[in-house]
Design a protein around this ligand. Sequence first.
Ligand code: B12
Length: 288
Amino acid sequence: MSAPRAHEARRRRENPVPGEVSLETASADPEYGPIVRPYGDTTGDGMVQVSFTLPLPHDKRAEGAAVRMAHAMGMEPALLVHAKAMGPHFTFFVLYGPVKHLIDIRDIEILEREYELLSSKEVNQAIRRHLRRKLVVVGGCIGTDAHTVGIDAILNIKGFAGEKGLEYYREMTVHNLGAQVLVPELVNQARELKADAVLVSQVVTQRDAHIHNTQAMSAAFREAFPAGQVPHLIVGGPRFEESAAASLGVDRIFGRGTTPGEVASYLVHALVDPSTRRTATSTTSRKK
Ligand code: B12
């Protein structure tokens, strides 16, 4: 969960607006949480919209297959609202209908931000005071991935969402290696530039490329550096699960909507001044 959404979840728990679905306690009205279902026209009607492509030319049989697929996914009845040929051999569908599934939001596991958000001034002060040298950041997109907008949003001075990127921080030295950086090149650059942190972006997820590339990158760093001297490894991109850091062999994952200020604050927390730890962090809202 990105920080703005984590904030929103916290606000709703601590300061709910009347009528909002409760994130904690069962409401007298079964429509208002903590057990929820989707809605389209009226609250609790279960309506959802799904889209998918079938490897069939667009005809009546393909439309029947799409409806049957929606039934198999628990959508009953399923209304076919859009079908469009994607070339001669494929058809794209949109279907709308109700599902019966219920979600108990008390069982949802989330990663809440575990550190304080600092201003750029506070970040610079902390680095000066505790590290007494510039914090060195090396970043880029690895593999064949050429989607640099995300890493540029975090690193480049112009930043993202009204926040300046890490290049703006006087106490950081940032090396943005750009697109399609080969892992051995990234490892060499990190060593030569004495990187404290390596920031990698992965946007393309076809055939789980983001997972495989990240694991290969982390393995290469652990092989190339002595234990305890591996730079802090951070990966980001819109389709990562932020809770999967350990299984990918990295120290931290940042997802959709991340802002440079969050990353700068995290770097201070992880590498410079761990006292920025926030007091209460919870991963589930219900004890099992
Ligand atoms: C712009 C774009 C391109 C541009 C990229 C230009 C560039 N210099 O980056 C061009 C036209 C080159 C392109 C090419 C391709 N693209 Co494209 N592209 C997009 C598009 C429209 C926007 C991506 C973007 O810029 N988002 C804005 C940034 C700010 O968001 P972000 O990347 O999520 O980054 C944020 C967070 O994720 C996070 N973050 C990201 N990285 C990192 C790293 C760190 C360290 C941290 C802390 C945080 C962080 O912080 C950022 C700010 O919040 C998306 C669709 C979409 N709407 O997302 C498709 C999309 C990503 N592309 C796609 C595809 C398939 C391709 C191509 C394969 C198309 C083709 N057949 O040629 C090629 C691949 C090229 C390649 N070798 O990589 C698919 C990927 C599908 C998939 N499952 O993987 C998408 C999703 C479109 C789609 N729906 O099909 N693309």
